[in-house]
Every structure is written in C-alpha cells, then in structure tokens.
Write a protein that binds this ligand. Structure first.
Ligand code: FEO
Length: 400
C-alpha cells in the first residue's frame, strides 16, 4: 500500500524508510533508521527527483504509481548518483520507457558505470550549471555542488515555490516517523546529534565545497529544503543553515572538553576520569567522555566537530597506538577536522610511545595546537601523575 506525504499541493514525498539496516554505507550504525527521500512533482509534466535505495524499492514504486494515478512519468532528475538514491533508475526506465533523464554529463557517465540500459539520445536531457527546465507552472534550475558528497552532485531549485532539493546536504540519519516536516518534531533534541553525525561522517571532509554551496544558496530565496535523507525544512531554516556554516568551517559549537580514552586494564581510564573531574572542579561544563573500545568512531568524529578541546588518552599497544584509538584518529584526520586544541595522555608499561605517535597524527590537522605538558603513565596513575593531571587541567582551562 502506498505511503506518501504531500509537501505542497503538487509536490509529494514518495520515499521510504529502512529501520532494519544495521550499517548505512556498510560503516555507520543507524539506530534510528534511515529515510531515502524521493520527490514527485505533478505539474503539466510529471517530474521525479531522485530514486531510492534498492532495499525500499517496493514501497517506492507503490508510492509513485499512486501519485501518478495513471499518468506517465515525463522526467527523472538525478541530483546524486550514489546507489542509496539511484538504485532504481533502470527500473524507472523500464516501467516508464518514454521518461527523459535529466542530469549533468558526469552523472551520465556514472550511469553507464552502474547500469546497462540504452536510452535514445533524445531521452537524455543533459544540463549545465544554471540551466532551467520548464514543467508547466514550475521552472526548475540546476546548481552544481561537486563533492557534496560526490563529484557529480547537483541540487535543483524550484524558482516558483522556492524549494531547494538539496541532495545529501541538509540530510540526517534517522527514519521519518510519520511527520515529514522538521518543525513537526523536536528536531533539536531528537535528531540534531544524528544530523551532525550524518554531516560530519558523510560530508565532513568536504567543508570547502559545502561552503561553496552555502554561498550559492545565500543568493537565492529558499522557502523549503527537501534533502535526500531525513525531514523536510520549511521553518527556521536558519537554524540548520547556521549549523552547516559552523560544521563546514570546522568551527566548534561549544567551548568545552571532549575526553576520549583507550584503556586495557583501567590505568588510562583512571587518568582520563581524574582529568575530567579536575576540569569539572575548575568550572568546565558539558565535558563529554568516550571509551573508544565501546563507542563506534562515527559518534566520536561527530563530537570532535562539536567540541573546541579534545583530550586523547591512549595506552601503547604493540609499540603503536591502541588499535581503536588509532582507527579513530585516522578517521578524524580523514574528515579534515581543524581549529582544535588538543591535549595528550599516554600510557605504556615498558615503552610508552603512543603520545609521540598520536602527536604525529594530530600535527597534520590544520590550525590545531597541542596544549599543555603531555602526561605519561607507566601502567597506573601515581602521585606524580596526579599533580601532572592537575597542571594539565589548569592548562586546558586557561585556553577555554
Ligand atoms: Fe545519500 Fe551520498 O548519498
């Protein structure tokens, strides 16, 4: 049975949710599920904007057939050629053989990489930046957004209703729970953390390209944002745009300390806990701690984008950094985090090397300063370490 949502009087959400998926992109846990958003504009011409992941194709086609109500599909616009949105292109072409595919040249090349169908030349509508498509009462224009999140990405803007179909931008992890608009749910409490985790892990590396898209978007009047994942924004757009502005500039959201530790027998954890306690005693609020062995790195990457200061505490393992901490640091480095203040605690019962190795990795982060004197444990926290932790806490507080 169909399950659609009216966005306006002629625009419909025809996507679907997946709450059984364990790892989105085979990497990211999505405990709240994920939505694959597709939109159908029912103008003089009928226009489908993107498709969905193959896991939800049954619901998707029921939705399309219901909204079309016997009409044919005239256009399929492909904003993003990643398979979580484009898996059903070939089926669309076989069900609606007269459909014209609207995409850019890079997307057309990628379609050839993913699929094996032939479409006559006159059914390809290849667009360039700023081109328009008249569908009757609406005029759609295309704005290129390379590397948000793949090189072929573009966004589509309805110049009449002032709706931005933003591809992966302004999306979120989390299925759509009945409501379709962000203002109909307590987005800040229920979804903002997942929106941040989605942004930082999926697009976080491409801050400069996101800033370029935000600059283009600032020149157009936007009433509504329809992303490819998560809720549709029609009110208080500035709340989300401001978050994107911060995240893409690698600006912390709060001045406080994130403490991340890797501990095998408890010594390093003990040092991290003592430091966090001392920071609290000195008035620091909202300190957050994670054990890298129990929390998926995507959550810590997300928090690293939020916090101004990060403490990494790790034991030495096989003469290297403890494996989960090393993975996390690789992950944060790959996502291009910048503009942070970092402090380090190392442990090693006979050869404490993790501090030097962590410093080496963190020194690649732009505009990031390692602050305070590194605290070195040899197995467990001793009296001297307690004093060093007190000093480190004060050094961190001095820079907040
Ligand atoms: Fe939701 Fe880059 O795909």
């Amino acid at each position: 049975m169909h399950n659609i949502k009216a966005i306006t009087n002629d625009l419909y959400w025809v996507g679907a949710n997946d709450r059984r998926i364990s790892l989105f992109e085979s990497v990211y846990p999505v405990p709240l599920g994920i939505s694959y958003n597709s939109y159908l504009l029912k103008d003089d011409k009928t226009v489908l904007l993107d498709t969905v992941d193959k896991s939800v194709n049954h619901q998707f086609f029921e939705n399309i057939e219901y909204v079309l109500d016997g009409r044919s599909l005239d256009y399929l616009i492909i904003n993003h050629m990643e398979p979580d949105h484009c898996a059903e292109i070939q089926t669309i072409v076989s069900k609606y053989p007269q459909v014209k595919i609207v995409c850019n040249a890079k997307t057309q090349a990628m379609i050839g990489q993913f699929f094996d169908f032939n479409l006559p030349e006159n059914q390809w509508h290849i667009v360039k930046e700023g081109d328009t498509l008249d569908t009757g009462h609406h005029t759609l224009t295309f704005v290129f957004a390379p590397m948000v999140h793949w090189p072929e990405v573009m966004v589509t803007y309805d110049t009449v209703d002032k709706i931005l179909f933003s591809a992966d931008a302004f999306g979120s992890f989390g299925a759509i729970d009945g409501n379709i608009f962000a203002d109909e749910v307590d987005f800040d409490h229920r979804y903002m953390d997942e929106a941040r985790r989605y942004y930082t892990n999926i697009v976080g590396k491409y801050g400069a390209q996101v800033q370029a898209l935000l600059k283009k978007a600032s020149n157009i009047d936007i009433n509504m944002i329809c992303p490819l994942h998560g809720y549709v924004w029609r009110k208080d757009l500035n709340i989300f745009i401001e978050k994107y502005t911060k995240w893409s500039a690698y600006e912390p959201e709060i001045q406080s300390v994130l403490v991340v530790y890797a501990s095998v027998y408890g010594g390093t954890q003990n040092a991290a806990e003592i430091l966090a306690g001392k920071l609290a005693d000195k008035g620091v609020k909202d300190i957050k701690m994670f054990d890298v062995s129990t929390v998926h790195p995507s959550y810590i990457v997300s928090e690293a984008f939020k916090y101004s200061h990060i403490v990494f505490a790790s034991t030495t393992y096989n003469m290297g950094i403890f494996v989960n901490m090393e993975t996390l640091l690789h992950d944060i480095t790959a996502h291009n985090l910048q503009n942070r203040k970092v402090a380090i605690i190392e442990n090693g019962s006979w050869a404490p090397f993790s501090g030097n190795l962590m410093t080496e990795m963190i020194s690649k982060w732009k505009n990031t300063e390692i602050i305070g004197n590194r605290v070195q444990l040899k197995s467990a926290v001793k009296g001297i370490n307690a004093q060093e932790l007190e000093t480190l806490a004060q050094e961190i507080v001095n820079t907040l």
